[in-house]
Design a protein around this ligand. Structure first.
Ligand SMILES: Cc1cc2nc3c(=O)[nH]c(=O)nc-3n(C[C@H](O)[C@H](O)[C@H](O)COP(=O)(O)OP(=O)(O)OC[C@H]3O[C@@H](n4cnc5c(N)ncnc54)[C@H](O)[C@@H]3O)c2cc1C
Length: 398
């Protein structure tokens, strides 16, 4: 790199300004630990991307207690339960009664807006719109991020700790030599067809439906915007479906003797979301640490992805903070094992929720009836419901 290139030195260099990267940056800055974040998208593009919507109580506490702002509590909607629907009937899982906890409906793009605003308010250094990001020298005392700034000038960040928070396609993860990591995953023979529609809510809480036509999720975003999904072929072409076909497909999956009718309205986004269960181990290479989707992805059925990203960050922040204050690397050394304990619990829950609610096209009558038997067990057993409620609302943060 020539001397004309800008070189910045900081303690923590973070690739990715999603919820994981920005939350880590926020926590570090509050502890007086210098950091710089680099993201290859611009701020408006990230703010317009609709993804997760459900926050565990621990995620809400992290956002509100760490001084991001109070919007999650004033504008988010507390949900004390969900409906499990099968055989055309809804069965409420009452989280508050079962485990004394709730979740919050608060869209991921609002989480991003809150975090990006907080970084700006607190003087954080976040470089949006970067290109050609690469990471180097992970195993040295000075790992580096090289990239091109949004104005076209080349830049380098030298740091002590490098964090890969760059999502499921992570260049940081892929920079770990193949022999130094394991990639464990499974793929599913279905995807989600997702819509955003301008319509009033069809229900006060989320409805997770297993029907003979496949899975559907009736979810909300606000009083006027709704998010809904139905199970589809991963090869489906989202643009080939008309609004009438989409509404008919969603409706037939929730039809039942109780006459549940979906509130329809103009659809302004429709997409096919393929997914898989994936874990990279360890979530560390030298002085580079992975957090969030860079280290693992889960199917969205258990609403765990965003929450896991924030849980990783909490553990990683404490490890970096301890290193900063005491010089001890003990918590950095145990970061991957600590984070992976929660990751595998979340993988197990997401896998279970996905499998009891979706149907494989090649499922035999036995397999289909067995899945209904499992759903009936949950609907009729307080112990089984407590397992679901505890996992969905989130285990305590480490
Ligand atoms: C449609 C959809 C619905 C979902 N629903 C849910 C849900 O209900 N509940 C839930 O908990 N989770 C859900 N998820 C998952 C959730 O969105 C992710 O788990 C979450 O975004 C992870 O946060 P992250 O910060 O790790 O990664 P990301 O949010 O992906 O952020 C990574 C950032 O890194 C940046 N980046 C990528 N590559 C580079 C590079 N080379 N250089 C610089 N920057 C880079 C990206 O621009 C991005 O801003 C959903 C996901 C999708 C797609």
């Amino acid at each position: 790199m020539s001397s004309a290139h800008r070189i910045d030195t900081t303690r923590v260099g973070i690739v990715g300004a999603g919820p994981a990267g920005l939350m880590l940056s926020h926590l570090l800055s509050k502890s007086g630990i210098d950091n710089i974040v680099v993201d290859n998208r611009d701020r408006d593009a990230i703010a317009r991307t609709h993804r997760a919507g459900i926050l565990e109580h621990g995620s809400v506490k992290l956002l509100s207690d760490s001084g991001v702002n109070g919007r999650v509590l004033s504008e988010g909607h507390r949900h004390d339960g969900i409906d499990l629907r099968f055989g055309g009937e809804s069965h409420r899982i009452d989280f508050l009664d079962l485990v004394g906890e709730s979740v919050w409906l608060y869209p991921q793009n609002e989480v991003f807006i809150d975090l990006a605003d907080a970084r700006e308010r607190d003087g954080g250094d976040v470089r949006f719109g970067a290109t050609d990001t690469v990471v180097h020298d992970h195993t040295t005392r000075t790992p580096k991020i090289r990239f091109t700034e949004s104005d076209g000038s080349p830049a380098e960040i030298r740091c002590e700790i490098l964090v890969g928070a760059d999502g499921s396609q992570s260049i940081c993860r892929r920079s770990i030599p193949a022999g130094e990591r394991s990639d464990d995953f499974i793929e599913y023979p279905f995807a989600w067809f997702g819509i955003l529609a301008q319509a009033p809510p069809s229900a006060p809480e989320l409805i997770y439906t297993n029907s003979e036509h496949g899975f559907a999720l009736i979810s909300q975003r606000s009083e006027t915007v709704q998010r809904m999904y139905f199970q589809c072929d991963p090869a489906a072409d989202a643009s080939a479906w008309t609004a009438d076909e989409i509404w008919a497909e969603l409706q037939r999956r929730v039809d039942g003797p109780d006459g549940l009718r979906l509130q329809r309205g103009p659809i302004f986004e429709q997409m096919v979301l393929p997914f898989r269960s994936y874990v990279c181990e360890p979530m560390r290479y030298g002085n580079m640490f992975l957090a969030g989707d860079a280290g693992h992805t889960v199917p969205p059925t258990g609403a765990k992805g965003l929450n896991l990203a924030l849980a990783d960050v909490r553990i990683l922040f404490e490890a970096i903070d301890s290193f900063h204050r005491t010089g001890s690397r003990a918590l950095l050394d145990s970061y991957s094992d600590t984070a992976l304990r929660r990751v595998w619990r979340a993988q197990s829950f997401s896998y279970w929720m996905t499998n009891i609610l979706h149907s494989r096209q090649d499922a035999s009558p036995f397999e289909r009836k067995r899945a209904l038997g499992e759903l009936a067990t949950v609907a009729n057993s307080r112990y089984a419901q407590q397992h679901l409620a505890e996992s969905y609302t989130g285990w305590p943060h480490a």
